[in-house]
Design a protein around this ligand. Sequence first.
Ligand code: HEM
Length: 179
Amino acid sequence: MKGIVFTEFLDLVEDKFGLEMVDNIITSSTLDSGGVYTAVGTYSFSEMLQLLQHLSANTGISIDNLLLVYAEHFFSVIERSYPGLLATYKDPIEMLASIENHIHIEVRKIYPDAELPTFEVLEKSEKSLVMIYKSSRAMHHFGLGLMNKTFEHFNATATIELEKLNDQGTKVKFIINKN
Ligand code: HEM
């Protein structure tokens, strides 16, 4: 997992819960990095999982909800860092349907070692999209947060349903209806 995901996460934890919480979740985890991340570095996903687990235990907020809130913050990082990529799109459905064939392809050019999910489009119309998310990291709620913000970015809203296709959440159906 890319360092930017860690640095932005820890910034948000500091902002919402204070530096003591950052310290707490780092020292209670077993981290090869020692909890020191650079934006362009690459670190094990298990480090993120431990940080999330400890933050969840300390705050009583579920990992899914932490990932949702984190993704909403991460979207502003994307807006700031990749304005050109977002400017390619005029419509949220078009943008979400292009994650697999365009957006994450561009991301991989920037970070060849990025660990990205796959999104398979099953159905698409002007106002709706059905996609299957697959990733061993089960970060579907990170996806949900990015989708919410994608609609907001285009001054639109949507109803997004999530259907887990297995217990681990490594395969999830997203049913998206633009309002
Ligand atoms: C992960 C970039 C749009 C879904 C990531 C990562 C980056 C990235 C850098 C982390 C990879 C790693 O740590 O190795 C971008 C950029 C986007 C974009 C630049 C737009 C310009 C989206 C959108 C979605 C999405 C709209 C909506 C569903 C995800 C998910 C992950 C991810 C779910 C977590 C990894 C996983 O589930 O395996 N993306 N992304 N991305 N992205 Fe995107």
